[in-house]
Design a protein around this ligand. Structure first.
Ligand SMILES: C[S@@+](CC[C@H](N)C(=O)[O-])C[C@H]1O[C@@H](n2cnc3c(N)ncnc32)[C@H](O)[C@@H]1O
Length: 272
């Protein structure tokens, strides 16, 4: 069993904050140690100091990828915070489809998408909403995360019976293919609507050529400190189309003095 010294924890926290915006609070120490135990023992690192030096000097980025895969919290599930999806379906899509009739181009970003449940749900709602005329629209969803593990899961698009139990019955037959009666795969038409990419929200540059009509960044900024969060919200704002929306987690809120977004309802914001 490895122990982490205060100095080592501080070094790790500073690294996580600087590169990923993630705020590792001191009470997370036992969790951090337990998540990294196997990495240290499997790679024969004698202690955290040696391990951290290795991560920080590894030019391939592989050690950092492993660290991120271990330390990010990726908990998610289908229909999480379902009121957002109702609002998206009943208010946001009717507004966007009536204002984008010429371009027929909707740009949606699921930032911090974890294993794909959030962007796939959005793709299914969009598919239902447009019906046969969806082919006339470009409704691709960009889904990004910093963890390569969850992105791999998301791309596989395989979920158990239990994981899809909260979805409408019709969706299970319409949008999923049974693998063995217990596990299901999101069907190709929905999978092809979501583009998964690795992207660090703490990057200084956000190289997106076009603005988004809707950004979902739910339950991600809770791991960031307020400066990192405010800077990120400012970047989101600049990347939101006029009249476009930002959804954050229900337990989160924006600092009204810092953010230019208008408050619509808890955890839903809109650009003028
Ligand atoms: C708790 S999950 C939220 C998933 C989904 N949005 C939801 O609400 O269910 C948080 C996700 O944010 C990702 N994340 C954390 N820091 C990030 C960063 N700096 N850049 C991109 N993604 C990050 C994590 O890897 C994780 O998958």
């Amino acid at each position: 069993m490895f122990d982490i010294k205060d100095k080592e924890f501080t070094k790790l926290s500073e690294y996580m904050k600087t590169y990923y915006g993630i705020n590792l609070k001191p009470e997370k120490k036992p969790l951090v140690v337990s998540r990294l135990q196997n990495v240290l023992s499997e790679c024969n690192f004698p202690d955290f100091t040696t391990y951290l030096n290795y991560v920080m000097s590894d030019k391939t980025g592989e050690a950092a990828t492993t660290l991120i895969n271990k330390l990010t919290t990726n908990h998610t599930f289908f229909m999480r915070e379902a009121e957002h999806f109702s609002y998206f379906k009943n208010t946001v899509l009717p507004y966007l489809s009536s204002t984008q009739t010429n371009k027929k181009d909707l740009r949606i970003w699921s930032a911090g998408c974890s294993s794909g449940e959030e962007p796939y749900t959005l793709a299914m709602i969009i598919s239902d909403y447009f019906g046969p005329s969806r082919d006339l629209w470009d409704t691709k969803i960009l889904a990004t995360d910093i963890s390569s593990n969850v992105l791999e899961e998301a791309t596989k698009a395989k979920y158990s019976n239990e994981e899809i139990s909260e979805l409408p019955k019709l969706w299970k037959t319409k949008y999923f293919e049974s693998i063995n009666g217990q596990n299901f795969r999101v069907c190709e038409t929905i999978r092809s609507e979501v583009i998964f990419r690795k992207f660090n929200l703490n990057n200084t540059s956000f190289p997106f050529s076009k603005k988004f009509h809707v950004i979902f960044c739910r339950n991600v900024m809770i791991y960031f400190d307020s400066n990192t969060k405010n800077e990120l919200v400012d970047k989101f704002y600049k990347l939101t189309e006029p009249g476009g929306y930002l959804f954050i987690g229900l337990s989160e809120s924006l600092d009204r003095n810092e953010s230019k977004y208008n408050y619509i309802m808890p955890s839903v914001y809109r650009r003028d």
